[in-house]
Write a protein that binds this ligand. Structure first.
Ligand SMILES: *Cc1c(COP(=O)(O)O)cnc(C)c1O
Length: 434
């Protein structure tokens, strides 16, 4: 098909996620034909560095040969079967490997098929855990302003990004939102949560947080000390801690798990995105304490599951992802990328319209000063257009321009991408102010 033919069908029939569809109809979207390594290739033969790893997934780049091999081999052996009461090799090996990678803090892995449902399952596990542990009143949640934990109705209650919440505000579960460290200080965040737990802990099932970096609200970063303080206060008031590593896990912050910056583990840990890398997969890692509460009479079981839970293709690719992480030392690579990106972003901080530059592991972000703030701000989209002309895909979060490149990027690829970011930011700032 030609580019125009694809676009004609697309405009007539595809409802795009996170896309104002009115404006989309008259826009000029990328039409991607194929992707390999760190590049997306469009229908016109142009290539774009995938600066956000295609929604934070492709840490191994696109079509990594080892993942493609794992996928095709698995497809010829066992392409699909249910996981309800059935065991298969890829799911069992992957679960064991994930438990090993969290040093035994978690003993069992519950598979879902995306990040939102991993969080959704964790919320249900937390509530049912307390119901079966003599504390049925513990049903509420605590989360942070600016949090993003996915889009199903349950997890939308945890979410703290105002535009995403607003249409559903009237039907969401009860959740206490603490100010983020970004709005105040991490001590104030901690105080707000500690106060809530102290006075209402008997009604709270869990505190849910993205560790060290709040991704979707604009790459807001906070000190690991907050995480360790939250672990301690959850223990003190007997509240579960759910850590959402869906974005921050898999080396993105320079440690395999962002929790490791604080030296803590959650009672439940949710993962997704890079976990399946090119196939949809999510998982909840549960501590032995939580898992044990579901044993005994059949009525105590966790009656939850999605058709494609622990899909053989996705779990076999996920196993290979972990072995590529080991063989290509990708966690160390994220640390090297941090060192390379830090000075480049620091120099951008000197531009007049740039503020709040931040870098952690293989994540670098800056905010543009703009009339509007928040997710609907337009500033980042000017940079997006400039970057597109220069050969990089740089989808912004409102005024936040950020990169989270594939961890397999070479030094040269990374440097070329950073050049594009710099030129694009400069080009999008009014000439008098550059
Ligand atoms: C993306 C994301 C989710 C949701 O994952 P989906 O696969 O999009 O459902 C949950 N939590 C965090 C921190 C995320 O970044």
């Amino acid at each position: 098909m030609t580019r125009d033919e694809v676009l004609r069908l697309d405009r007539a029939h595809v409802w795009h996620p996170y896309t104002p569809m009115g404006a989309y109809r008259t826009s000029d979207p990328l039409v991607i034909e194929r992707a390999s390594g760190v590049f997306l290739h469009d229908k016109d033969g142009r290539r774009y560095f995938d600066a956000n790893s295609s929604w934070w997934v492709a840490a191994l780049g696109h079509s990594h040969p080892r993942l493609v091999r794992a996928l095709t081999e698995q497809a010829q052996t066992l392409a699909h079967c249910a996981l309800a009461g059935i065991a298969h090799e890829p799911a069992s090996k992957l679960a064991a490997e994930l438990c090993r990678l969290t040093e035994g803090a978690h003993s069992h892995v519950f598979f879902t098929d995306n990040g939102s449902t991993a969080l959704e399952a964790a919320m249900k596990m937390a509530v049912q855990y307390w119901a079966q542990s003599g504390a049925p009143a513990k049903t509420r949640f605590v989360a942070l302003n600016g949090a993003f934990h996915g889009d199903t109705i349950g997890v939308a209650a945890l979410g703290g990004v105002e535009v995403f919440r607003r249409p559903f505000a009237g039907i969401l579960l009860d959740c206490f939102h603490a100010p983020t460290p970004e709005e105040s200080s991490y001590a104030q965040t901690f105080e707000a949560i500690a106060h809530e737990l102290k006075h209402h802990g008997s009604s709270i099932a869990a505190v849910v947080v993205e560790p060290v970096v709040q991704g979707a609200n604009g790459m807001w970063m906070y000190p690991p000390a907050l995480l360790s303080a939250l672990r301690a206060v959850c223990d003190r008031y007997d509240v579960l801690l759910v850590i959402d590593e869906v974005f921050a896990g898999y080396g993105r912050t320079g440690q395999m798990w962002a929790s490791e910056h604080a030296g803590i583990w959650g009672d439940l840990m949710c993962i997704g995105k890079t976990l399946g890398s090119m196939l949809p997969l999510g998982a909840v890692l549960a501590s032995p304490r939580v898992e044990r509460a579901f044993l005994g009479d059949a009525s105590r079981a966790f009656y939850y599951g999605h058709t494609f839970c622990g899909h053989p293709l996705a779990t076999s690719v996920a196993l290979e992802v972990l072995s590529v992480f080991r063989d290509e030392a990708l966690v160390q690579r994220a640390q090297q990328m941090e060192a390379a990106m830090r000075p480049r972003f620091a120099s951008l901080a000197e531009l007049r319209d740039v503020e709040r530059v931040r870098v952690l592991g293989a994540i670098a972000a800056l905010d543009l000063r703009d009339d509007a703030s928040g997710y609907l701000a337009k500033g980042g989209w000017r940079v997006y257009e400039e970057a597109r002309k220069r050969g990089a895909y740089l989808r912004p979060l409102g005024n936040t321009v950020y990169v989270c490149p594939p961890l397999v990027s070479t030094d040269d690829e990374l440097a070329a991408m950073l050049d594009i970011v710099e030129e694009s930011v400069r080009a999008s700032i009014a000439p008098a102010k550059r």
